[in-house]
Design a protein around this ligand. Structure first.
Ligand code: ZN
Length: 497
């Protein structure tokens, strides 16, 4: 068992807004002791020189899609619904190699940007096979990162999930649209097989279950997910009330909110995370809090897709566990949790001039670490304390972001942009050194990614053409739903403009 003593670094204490010089002892990937500079350590301990750095717990990305890193920045102005309608352009026709590469690119980016754990909602069935999922998990193993890999499951097609949408499509293209949904039994059997034979160490990479969007799941599928999650102790996550279109469509489909619907089917629990939750009301938040559930607040994605501004203060007030996420590269364009923290801070401010209701920097940092640790079920991540995992980021205090150092937690949340990341440890193992992934040949990765990107684009040329042909119909139908009266307003401007 390797023992390392980390000497000379400053340890961020977000609560007291300080960063005292602190030595750490790491044994077998776990923090076993914290002490003043010069703390005693076993003679055989390797010494890691952290002088000139600020140490903080590895950031936890509460919501991303490793399946979309080959597609970063492919689109300019688009909404969630246009993204979903265009899945034939970006999600289809990927080989196992493409899926692995997609995931690996994101893992390397997250690690280089100070994030040590991710909740990855990846390809579901039938887009992925069980063996594809194992390969996706292997990408995180190879990158040296922790992850929950949760396949996105659905048996209702996007076009049938939103009442009236399929009928509004142009007749000339209806035949080309896949409105078939999926085979519920086959999806659940594949999910169970993957859970039963998951080949990776769940202390590093584990399998979760993601009924992707409540509207895209039949009751039978949702109930099947609840049963499997209980049987296998799996984390669950779903995009709930991300857009107003979803919130309005739920009332039309079920006469109740998405959260109330999932609550009645038994989905809510301490292992459940809502992604986005922009259009949650007080009743929804109370239901989540009562069941010990989490929300991954993805402020950057919500702005990028025009989904609205989530009320993160109200979530905290009502007792919901708050995590932060970037979302996938399709609608985040990068995987930068420092940016996610800065956005979470800023968007809470634009909701109200009442500055006492804004998220404080310690609240934001806690959400991006401990909140994410709870949402992912890696309870021993997200903190630098005795008994916790040695997932540690070392920021270079000679980086321009830290010249000079003022309030360290404000500076981590509001100034740091990941260019100050010097080293990153996961479970005591150094995976990033000098700002670069220790094992990744970046030139080779760039070449492989460019080839893969071209192959996927070529295979999906028809899908892209169809998405473009449907854009006007889908866009205008969904805009109609956005203009409907609803008891919440989460946009930055008035309706109809
Ligand atoms: Zn998402």
């Amino acid at each position: 068992m390797t023992t390392t003593v980390i000497r000379g670094g400053r340890l961020l204490d977000a609560t007291s807004r300080s960063a005292p010089l602190t030595d750490l002892l790491v044994t077998g990937g776990v923090i076993t002791s914290l002490g003043a500079p010069g703390m005693a350590a076993p003679a055989e301990a390797e010494v890691f020189d952290a002088s000139g750095t600020l140490m903080h717990a590895g950031l936890v990305n509460g919501h991303t899609h490793g399946s979309t890193n080959l597609s970063k920045a492919t689109h300019d102005r688009w909404t969630l619904e246009l993204l979903l309608s265009g899945s034939g352009e970006w999600a289809a026709n990927q080989t196992r190699h493409h899926k692995y590469l997609n995931t690996y690119i994101g893992a390397v980016e997250m690690l280089q940007k100070g994030c040590t754990t991710a909740y990855d909602l990846t390809f579901g069935f039938p887009l992925a096979t069980v063996d594809d999922l194992y390969a996706i998990g292997q990408a995180y193993v190879d990158a040296g990162m922790r992850a929950v890999v949760a396949p996105m499951l659905q048996d209702v097609s996007f076009y049938k999930a939103i009442p009236g949408l399929y009928d509004a499509l142009p007749a000339s293209h209806k035949a080309q649209v896949d409105a078939s949904g999926g085979d519920t039994g086959a999806i659940l059997r594949s999910m169970e097989e993957a859970l039963k034979h998951w080949p990776h160490d769940p202390a590093q990479v584990k399998l979760g279950i993601a009924p992707t969007i409540p509207l895209h799941c039949s009751d039978e599928l949702t109930l099947g997910c609840v049963k499997l999650a209980t049987e296998y102790g799996a984390q669950t996550q779903s995009h709930v009330a991300e857009s107003k279109v979803q919130a309005v469509a739920a009332l039309k489909r079920w006469g109740k909110s998405l959260t109330a619907h999932f609550d009645e089917l038994g989905m809510l629990g301490p292992n459940f995370t809502v992604a986005h939750g922009v259009w949650l009301d007080d009743d929804d938040m109370r239901r989540l809090a009562a069941k010990g559930a989490s929300v991954s607040h993805n402020a950057g994605s919500n702005m990028r897709l025009g989904a609205g501004i989530a009320d993160s203060r109200r979530m905290l007030e009502l007792g919901v566990n708050l995590a932060l996420g970037t979302d996938g590269a399709l609608c985040a364009d990068n995987q930068n949790m420092y940016e996610a923290m800065r956005y979470a801070s800023m968007v809470s401010n634009v909701r109200t001039p009442d500055y006492e209701r804004w998220l404080s920097a310690p609240e934001v940092f806690t959400a991006a670490t401990q909140g994410g640790a709870r949402a992912t079920g890696f309870e021993k991540a997200g903190r630098i304390a005795v008994g916790c995992l040695a997932d540690i980021v070392f920021l270079d205090l000679h980086s321009i972001n830290w010249i000079p150092m003022n309030d360290p937690v404000n500076q981590v949340v509001l100034t740091e942009d990941a260019t100050g990341v010097r080293d990153v440890m996961v479970g005591g193992k150094l995976v990033v050194r000098g700002g670069r992934h220790a094992d990744c040949d970046m030139a080779k990765l760039a070449r492989d990614a460019q080839v893969a990107r071209d192959e996927v684009a070529e295979a999906n040329a028809e899908g892209k053409h169809l998405a473009q042909a449907l854009e006007r119909a889908v866009g205008s139908f969904c805009m109609g739903l956005c203009r409907e009266p609803f008891h919440l307003h989460r946009y930055g401007g008035p309706l109809g403009l």
